[in-house]
Each structure stands twice: as structure tokens, then as C-alpha cells.
Design a protein around this ligand. Structure first.
Ligand code: ADP
Length: 379
């Protein structure tokens, strides 16, 4: 049965708000997205009021879920902080409850007392969160994020993957997952397990083009929910596939997610490198260390004869890494096997673990693992 906004608004009229009026009258609702039984919207309030609204958020979500035909309801609470006001009260526990490594989510540079970093809450059960980012789209960031996550898994780590590329979630395509996450008794979304890893993507919840039209706060709110309201379980590493680019959405994400470090993916071309440099600068600004640069589609390897040709003037990223004094993590060739396996939902590290490509990803993952566990970068 098709659900429309009118039904959602009717259900929300029965939910009262701390402002003494019905939720629908409180002027806090975002645009409501209702398609195919899935309903999404956010409640936007000032950070100083956020705590009082959490209960409303939960009630609104429950009310929408009760509408016959609704399969997924996700209501996000967006607490925007006005300049000059006090920081938002923490809505998520700081405590590590499951014996997580104490160094986890540690910020090497620290930050000033009023830094946005202080609004970050660690995620219980997750050791380190690392971002895979790129200065622009189409450089193979998502393919790299997934294969790296699998390579870290192969090194014996408990790994999860969060597709935060809200404007173009590609993890459903890259993993072949079409299922919808369900919700457990504790009201947490249960991630989809594939390749022995929990996966979460906005693409599991909405159609690829739905999220494209979301406004910034809604994007952030959805990502916060995918981080904190998901039953990730015990993980050593959560790999976050970031949205490409260095705009406001990316900056907010980098500020609000407790990142241990970032891996920048670039192609060898000059233009991509300029964008990559911008990416590094952005993460640097918010004190997220760069774990290194990966040069993707670095050289062409002929699928028939194995001959290598440097059609793009490979090596630019290594040179750039040296210049910027950040680690260079490795080169991944442009190869048909990487493309076809990734587009078929059977990523190469999993489907061809003995291939030269899988080895390259594992070598990069080894370097990252060493950095996460405190050992220096090998090169
Ligand atoms: P992004 O996340 O940067 O937009 P994707 O990971 O979706 O990029 O990759 C874009 C396209 O390039 C996909 O079709 C993917 O299969 C392909 N691709 C990525 N890396 C490689 C590679 N090393 N060799 C061949 N094709 C690749």
C-alpha cells in the first residue's frame, strides 16, 4: 500500500511536543519523504532543547511505524547549535562498555576546549573508525573502501563498513545486498552481514536518488543514526565510505564522527591530486590524521598479457604524499577484474583472495593496521 505524506502528518498530529502544541504545529519538521513503505524525516531543534525532544523523536517514529503499510520509519533528531550558544548536551554515552582498546578514537592532536571535536561521542564496542575519502567522485573510493575493509578482515580484525556516501550510496551495488535492515528489541537497526562483516548503507533504506535531495542537517542526522543507532556489535575497525568532495556535508561529517584517521583515494591525474590535497587539508583542519594516500587506477594492466602501462603518468600521488609528508599507502592498477567484480557485488579481495589485486589491498591494509595499533608507517 502506498504511503503518502498526508497519512504521516495525520499520525504525527497525535504526538505532542514540549512546546505545548502537536508535533505538526511546532514548526520543527523537515520535508517528509514517503515512498515504497519507507518514511524519513527529521525534527530540527536547537541543540539546547535536544534532550527534551529525544522522547518526541521516539514517539514520532513509533507513530509512523504503526501506519499500516509502513515498513521502515526513520526519524532523525537534528540539533543545530546556534553560534555563541553552549555545546549540545551529549546524547550518546562516552563509555566503552565492552573492553575496547583504550587508545581507540584517540585524537593525536587534541583540540581546543571549544573545538567541535568535543561534541563527538565514542561508539560503544567500536575500536577505531577510519574514513575513506576522496576529493572528487569517480576515483574508485567506494571500491577501495570495500576491498580495504575486506583486507582488514583478512588480517584477523573484526571489521564493519558504513556507507556514508549519502549522495550516491554504492555499497548495495558493490556488495549485491538488497535486503532491508530490521530493528532489534533495543530499537537499534541490525546491519546486514555480508562477507562476514556488518554493513550499513543509506542505500539499504532509501532509493539511490531519494537521499540526493536531503538538506545538510538531515544528511548528518541520518549518518549519526547509522553510526549510533545500529547494533554494530564488537568491532576493531569501522570503515566509513565518505561522500566524495570537500563541501560542508563532508566537513560536518569529519567533525562529528569520532575518526581515528582518514585514507585518501586519488587517481594519478593532476586534477584529482589537487582535489585530494583539498581533502587532506580539510581533515587536517579538524585534526583527523591522514593515514595515507592510495593511488587508484594507477597504471593499466593488460588482462590478456599482464603487461603494465603507465597511461596516466602514474606516481603523482606518491610524489604528492612525499610533498605533503603523509604516508603513501600503495598503488592499485586499473584492471578489468576490479571493475567487473566490484560491479557484480563480488569484490576482488573476497572473490579472488589469491589474486595480485587482493595482495595489493592486503599490503595497504597491513600498513593501516600497523598505524592503528601504534606502529609507525612502514615506508
Ligand atoms: P567512487 O566511490 O569514487 O565514486 P567507485 O568505487 O564507485 O568510485 O568506482 C567507480 C567505477 O570505477 C566503478 O565502476 C568501479 O568498478 C571502477 N573502479 C574502481 N577502481 C577500479 C580499478 N582499480 N580498476 C578498474 N575499475 C575500477
Amino acid at each position: 500500500m502506498a504511503i503518502d505524506k498526508t497519512q504521516v502528518l495525520a499520525a504525527l498530529r497525535a504526538v505532542s511536543s514540549p512546546r505545548g502544541v502537536a508535533l505538526t504545529e511546532a514548526k520543527v519538521l523537515s520535508e517528509i519523504t514517503a515512498s515504497d513503505g519507507k518514511v524519513f524525516f527529521s525534527i530540527n531543534v536547537d541543540a539546547s532543547e535536544a534532550r527534551a525532544w529525544e522522547d518526541v523523536r521516539a514517539k514520532a517514529e513509533a507513530a509512523v511505524r504503526r501506519i499500516p503499510g509502513v515498513t521502515t520509519a526513520m526519524v532523525a533528531l537534528t540539533a543545530e547549535r546556534r553560534p555563541g550558544t553552549a555545546p549540545a548536551p551529549q546524547q550518546h554515552s562516552h563509555q566503552h562498555s565492552h573492553g575496547v582498546k583504550p587508545v581507540a578514537q584517540h585524537r593525536p592532536h587534541g583540540g581546543p576546549a571549544d573545538s567541535p571535536m568535543n561534541q563527538q561521542a565514542a561508539i560503544p564496542g567500536i575500536g577505531s573508525i577510519i574514513a575513506v575519502a576522496s576529493g572528487k567522485g569517480g576515483v574508485g573510493k567506494s571500491t577501495t573502501a570495500l576491498n580495504l575493509a575486506l583486507a582488514l578482515r583478512d588480517l584477523g580484525l573484526r571489521v564493519g563498513l558504513l556507507d556514508a556516501d549519502i549522495y550516491g550510496p554504492s555499497v548495495p551495488r558493490l556488495t549485491g545486498v538488497r535486503e532491508k535492515p530490521t530493528v532489534n528489541d533495543a530499537k537499534k537497526m541490525i546491519p546486514i552481514t555480508r562477507f562476514g562483516m556488518p554493513l550499513m548503507s543509506i542505500g539499504f533504506l532509501v532509493e539511490e536518488d531519494t537521499a540526493m535531495v536531503w538538506r545538510g542537517p538531515m544528511v548528518m542526522s541520518a549518518i549519526r543514526q547509522m553510526l549510533w543507532d545500529v547494533a554494530w556489535g564488537e568491532l576493531d575497525v569501522l570503515v566509513v565510505d565518505m561522500p566524495p568532495g570537500t563541501g560542508d556535508a563532508q566537513l560536518t561529517l569529519a567533525q562529528q564522527v569520532p575518526l581515528r584517521g582518514v585514507v585518501i583515494v586519488s587517481t594519478p591525474q593532476d586534477l584529482a591530486l589537487i582535489d585530494a590535497r583539498r581533502g587532506i587539508a580539510m581533515f587536517d583542519k579538524v585534526n583527523v590524521p591522514t593515514l595515507g594516500i592510495i593511488e587508484n587506477m594507477s597504471y593499466f594492466q593488460c588482462p590478456e598479457c599482464g603487461t603494465r602501462s603507465d597511461i596516466f603518468g602514474h606516481g603523482g600521488a606518491r610524489h604528492e604524499a612525499e610533498r605533503l609528508k603523509v604516508p603513501f599507502l600503495g598503488e592499485i592498477p586499473l584492471h578489468m577484474a576490479i571493475r567487473t567484480s566490484s560491479d557484480a557485488g563480488t569484490p576482488v579481495v573476497d572473490s579472488e583472495p589469491e589474486s595480485v589485486h587482493a595482495r595489493i589491498y592486503r599490503a595497504i591494509a597491513t600498513d593501516i593496521k600497523q598505524q592503528l595499533t601504534g606502529a609507525a608507517h612502514a615506508v
